[in-house]
Structures are given as structure tokens and as C-alpha cells.
Write a protein that binds this ligand. Structure first.
Ligand SMILES: NC(=O)c1ccc[n+]([C@@H]2O[C@H](COP(=O)([O-])OP(=O)(O)OC[C@H]3O[C@@H](n4cnc5c(N)ncnc54)[C@H](OP(=O)(O)O)[C@@H]3O)[C@@H](O)[C@H]2O)c1
Length: 267
């Protein structure tokens, strides 16, 4: 089958990174299944993609914090005969705050559901079909946050550590099946993420990068079936990431804590 005939399902499709994935895939002639919470936003995006790229764009409205969302998405694809060639688990969010004194139970558990539970469920549902067909690609969006503990975003960093570990392990299990799983680990990007997570005035986002090259790097890595790709790091961040495994953990966590304090961007 030619590349242009492939259909990509993208969660969080109208978000910062999601729109870039949709653009990149549609520009190659591929069809889309756009997944997000708000139907009107999905409709507008589908209309734009179809007009701009002459592809077919389906939509599925789903709140990915619901335990039923993955099954609903899978059933909708099956009922309509929409084959998913590429699954891009992109939707996700962070949230600034002290775990015990500021963040509520609901805030952190909803985040774990969106970042961890639903991508896991989606892969449990879609992977067996891909393996049966002997073809398919999965791209899981993690973060450079996966490589360290993240005080003042404790659960977010832990969700991304899960995504990377799980994704890498499953990629090994998929060897010789014709199906691949790739994990993208971006640095801080200028998307809706900082605002959604209450992180806009933190030093972490002082050098946020354009999400377009990050999406391209992730998409290309998925196409090549690579296991991991890190993208979107600038200057000192590249050195910091290299040093992460050998830095004393307490020093590393002090640094992350200070960078994620409210107002730290101005310090
Ligand atoms: N931006 C960064 O600095 C950064 C760095 C590393 C990794 N990442 C990861 O990159 C991915 C994309 O994030 P982004 O930067 O593009 O942020 P974004 O612009 O805020 O987009 C996030 C997308 O996820 C969707 N989403 C959130 N909660 C949802 C829910 N319950 N149900 C359905 N959709 C939901 C959002 O939809 P709504 O608008 O309806 O909420 C939005 O479309 C995430 O997995 C994030 O963790 C981001």
C-alpha cells in the first residue's frame, strides 16, 4: 500500500502538537481520524484538512479521562470500517502544584487517565488488529520529563516515565510483527500546554520551542520505526539532558523544583 493511503488516528488533534501531526500526515496524502473533546473544534479542523489537502478527515469526540473513551473510539472505527494504520497517542497535559497541598485528587487522577490509562487502552485495542494485518505504526508522545522526577509536577513527570518505559518495552515485543512503536520525548514547546497546566510564568517555559519541527521529528521517527526520539531542546537544555543520568538526584530535583515555581520565569 502506498504511504498516501494510510489513515492516522490522532488524539488531541486540535492542540499545539496535534495540529502539526495532522498537517504533516495530511500533506503526505493520508486520511485522518481526529480525536478530541470538543466536536465543533474537530469539525472545523476536519473541514480545514479536507479543503487544504484533499484527504478524508473523520472525527470522534471523546473525553479521554473517561475509562470508556478508548473502547468508544475503537468501536466507532470498527462500526464505520475505518482502518487505523497509524495511531498517534498525542493528547496529554501537565499541571503545576504541590502534590499533597495544592493538587486535588480529581486533577491528578484525571491526568493519569489521559496521559497513561487511555493510551494504554487504545494500544490494547488497536495493536492486535495491526499485528494480524502485519503492519501498523504507533507514536506515543512522552516528554523529556520522563527522564527525571518532577517536583511541582510530580504526577505529570511520572506519567511520562510510564509512557516511555511502557512504549519501549512493547516496541521490543513487537519485533518481527511488522508493527512498530515509537516514543517521542519533546522539550518545552509553545503550545496550549503551559497555559493548560498553569506553567506559563515558570522558567521551564522561558525557552519554549516551535512544535512544528518536533512533530516532524516524531512523525519521521515513527515512519522509520525508531524506538525513541528526543526533540525540541535548545542550547543549555541539550547539555542538561545529557548530564541528567549522572547528576546527583537531589540537585536535579532542586533544579526542577525551582524552574517550576510560579513566577520563576521573572527571576
Ligand atoms: N508543550 C510542551 O511543552 C510539551 C513538552 C513535552 C511533552 N508534551 C506532550 O505533548 C502532547 C501534546 O501537548 P501540546 O503541547 O500540544 O499541548 P496542548 O496544545 O495543550 O494540546 C493538548 C491536547 O490534548 C487534548 N486533551 C487534553 N485533555 C483531554 C481530554 N480529557 N480528552 C481529550 N483530549 C484532551 C487537548 O484538548 P482540549 O483543548 O479540549 O483540552 C489538546 O487538544 C502531550 O502529551 C504533552 O504531554 C508537551
Amino acid at each position: 500500500m502506498s504511504k498516501s493511503k494510510k489513515t492516522a488516528l490522532i488524539t488531541g488533534s486540535y492542540g499545539g502538537l496535534g495540529t502539526r501531526f495532522a498537517d504533516i500526515h495530511a500533506a503526505s496524502g493520508g486520511d485522518l481520524i481526529l480525536v478530541g473533546r470538543v466536536q465543533t473544534k474537530l469539525d472545523a479542523q476536519a473541514k480545514e484538512m479536507e479543503k487544504k489537502y484533499h484527504v478524508t478527515a473523520h472525527t470522534i469526540a471523546a473525553d479521554l479521562s473517561s475509562p470508556d473513551a478508548a473502547q468508544q473510539i475503537y468501536n466507532t472505527c470498527k462500526e464505520n470500517g475505518w482502518n487505523v494504520d497509524y495511531l498517534i497517542n498525542n493528547a496529554g497535559y501537565g499541571g503545576q502544584g504541590d502534590f499533597a497541598r495544592e493538587r486535588t485528587m480529581e486533577q491528578d487522577l484525571s491526568m493519569i487517565a489521559v496521559n497513561v490509562e487511555t493510551p494504554t487502552r487504545l494500544c490494547k485495542l488497536f495493536l492486535p488488529d495491526m499485528i494480524k494485518r502485519g503492519s501498523g505504526k504507533v507514536l506515543n508522545v512522552s516528554s523529556t520529563a520522563a527522564t527525571m522526577p518532577g517536583p511541582l509536577q510530580a504526577c505529570y513527570y511520572a506519567t511520562k516515565a510510564y509512557v516511555t518505559s511502557w512504549s519501549n518495552a512493547v516496541s521490543r515485543e513487537l519485533k518481527d510483527t511488522g508493527v512498530t512503536m515509537t516514543c517521542l520525548m519533546p522539550g518545552a514547546m509553545s503550545t496550549g500546554f503551559a497555559n493548560a497546566g498553569g506553567l506559563s510564568d515558570t522558567a521551564l517555559f522561558a525557552n519554549a520551542t516551535d512544535p512544528t519541527p518536533v512533530a516532524q521529528a516524531g512523525y519521521d521517527a515513527m515512519m522509520k520505526g525508531k524506538m525513541n526520539i528526543t526533540a525540541g531542546l535548545v542550547g543549555i537544555q541539550k547539555i542538561f539532558m545529557k548530564l541528567t543520568p549522572i547528576l546527583p538526584k537531589k540537585m536535579l530535583m532542586d533544579n526542577v523544583y525551582n524552574m517550576q515555581m510560579r513566577g520563576s520565569a521573572k527571576k
